[in-house]
Write a protein that binds this ligand. Structure first.
Ligand code: SF4
Length: 460
């Protein structure tokens, strides 16, 4: 759960990277960082917190140069500490290198143990640092070949950008788990996790970095450096369900439109007699629009979200605590009261939040609450860079749909089928060959190589 952004050949490289990261803030709220290069010297600023809080004008002015990369991070297993913030900067025998990474290497712990056994000293808990060590220790003389050699040893998910003197490299794993797109802004080339960052700075999207491809963004254009063979792709379907911004184009599909198609398919699979369709904001909104359009039941914003609640919200006093979900979401009584409500959410993780929302709607006068989920039951963890709990903590990991319905106290519950979800992202090719659905289907495209679950792999 991270976002990366990079730009070459622009006098305002650091400022534009700041804006790019601002657009990618939803991909990680724990830390933000930017690295630039000027006259062969690397500069970097990293801090815990949101992009707008980390980067003051004064801080941005300490980042000279015409090329920059940036990173926003969210992590649980790598630890919420400044040492894990990116980009990671290193002075190597091949020159200075800064690296920012979105994804999760399934052999990250193995690589780390092997490097440590050979004397490498790590400054962070993150598996991203292993890639930097592999570049630094490569026998190849130039950084380009060292990077290819390093990436050849990485298994799992990476969408990585690497800042070096004269160019930025952009690389995507052979499965294409995480998105990575290339764009142009005047004479500058840009790279980003999502196209919404291009929209903000006025850049045009050129194309995706292809699965297994390594490209160089240089002053005189884009150059393909290497193409690792890619037998089967495994784009993360959950980017469409929840993670990416609705105004982005991901894997050739607009996210908002895809979510509407999920909602429409959900209405066909699980129709119900009701008076109003309401989303759990924000990620349920477009699926709810799709459900409402298909079912011809009116769409309303029946829950209002407080956008100012951060992860650090502390309930003020023991005696008045237990505001729970009410701090984040509040029903609109006029819309809910006396109505049979279809409530649309993107997924159910532990079930506790859904239960609170259903109860709250009933307290505000809803006659019936029919919960509809715009993805299949989440039955397994993700090892490729999304922070999902262990299977034992996922309610659908051990309980049937009827058990879950009873637990959340809904009048009915329906999930989108895997086939329905895949059909909604079809754009010519067979989606079974293009997408990862492992957290829903249990079909993991790459297995973790470490002793299963004894070593946690850092989530980026
Ligand atoms: Fe995405 Fe789920 Fe696959 Fe992880 S396991 S990459 S969240 S579809």
């Amino acid at each position: 759960m991270c976002g990366v952004f990079g730009i070459t050949n622009h006098k305002d490289a650091a400022n534009l990277t700041y804006l790019g990261l601002y657009a990618l803030q939803h991909r990680g709220q724990e830390s933000a960082g930017i690295a630039t290069i000027a006259s062969g010297q690397m500069y970097s600023e990293r801090e815990m917190g949101h992009v707008a809080d980390v980067f003051t004008q004064e801080r941005l002015s300490r980042l000279p140069g015409y090329s920059a990369i940036g990173h926003v991070r969210y992590s649980t297993t790598g630890g919420s500490m400044l040492c894990n913030a990116q980009p990671i900067v290193a002075l190597t025998s091949k020159g200075p290198v800064a690296l920012a990474h979105n994804g999760n290497l399934v052999n990250g712990s193995d690589l780390r143990q092997q490097l440590e056994a050979e004397g490498a000293i790590f400054n962070s808990m993150s598996d991203t640092e292993a890639i930097v060590h592999l570049i630094a220790r490569s026998r190849e003389r130039d950084v380009e070949r060292a990077l290819i050699e390093a990436l050849g040893q990485c298994r799992g998910a990476y969408s990585a950008i690497v800042l070096t003197p004269g160019r930025i490299f952009a690389a995507r794993d052979t499965w294409g788990f995480r998105p990575l797109v290339l764009g142009r802004l005047g004479q500058s080339l840009v790279v980003s996790s999502e196209t919404c960052a291009f929209d903000l700075i006025g850049a045009d999207c050129i194309r995706e970095v292809r699965p297994g491809e390594v490209v160089a963004l240089e002053a005189d254009g884009l150059r393909q450096v290497h193409q690792f063979p890619s037998e089967r792709q495994a784009r993360c379907i959950f980017e469409h369900v929840y993670f990416a911004r609705p105004d982005s184009e991901i894997f050739g599909n607009n996210v908002a439109e895809t979510r509407e198609r999920f909602g429409a398919q959900l209405a066909r699979e699980h129709p119900v007699d009701a008076d109003v369709v309401i989303p759990v904001p924000d990620s349920g909104v477009f699926a709810a629009i799709g459900y409402a359009r298909e079912s011809k039941i009116p769409f309303e914003f029946g829950l209002v979200r407080n956008h100012y609640v951060g992860r650090t919200f502390i309930e003020p006093k023991q005696t008045i605590r237990n505001f729970g979900v009410k701090v984040k979401l509040n029903p609109v009584r006029k819309i809910i009261e006396g109505k049979r409500v279809v409530l649309i959410d993107d997924s159910i993780v532990r079930g506790t939040t859904s239960k609170k929302i259903v109860r709250m709607l009933k307290q505000f006068g809803a006659k019936e609450v029919h919960m509809r989920i715009s993805s299949p039951p989440t039955t397994g963890s993700c090892y490729y860079g999304i922070d999902t709990p262990q299977r034992r903590d996922l309610i659908a990991g051990s309980q049937s749909v009827e058990d879950i319905r009873q637990f959340i106290e809904a009048d009915s519950l329906g999930y989108l089928s895997e086939e329905g979800m895949l059909n909604a992202v079809r754009n010519g090719d067979d989606p079974h060959q293009l997408y990862c659905t492992a957290c829903f289907s249990g079909k993991y495209p790459v297995v973790r190589e470490e002793t299963q679950a004894t070593t946690e792999v850092g989530t980026e």
